[in-house]
Design a protein around this ligand. Sequence first.
Ligand SMILES: [Zn+2]
Ligand SMILES: [Zn+2]
Length: 115
Amino acid sequence: MVLKAEQPVGAYALLDQLKAERAGAAPPTVYRALDFLLEQGLIHRVESLNAYVGCVSAGEQHAHQFLICRDCGTTLELSDAGIEAALKAAAAREGFSALKMTVEIEGVCGNCQGA
Ligand SMILES: [Zn+2]
Ligand SMILES: [Zn+2]
């Protein structure tokens, strides 16, 4: 499933995979499965792609940021606590308590630059 995918997978692609494995899988099943995987920290939602990727350090609490390649769609997960701390500090200076952060950087990956 999504845990093996190198590229983000949409909910409906996941649904197709579930259907292949289990007849009669309906969208609520997929969304329940996604909620469970998100809760367990096994996947992340990539907001700007409306898709999901497997987590590189599943199960551990960690900061995460995504590097999304415009050319091939590959999404790399960064886990840089410094970026998160800087954003939290910037928010705190405005008297804002940051609870959830989405850092998604669009660009061109090393492979595509070399091609
Ligand atoms: Zn992660
Ligand atoms: Zn690329």
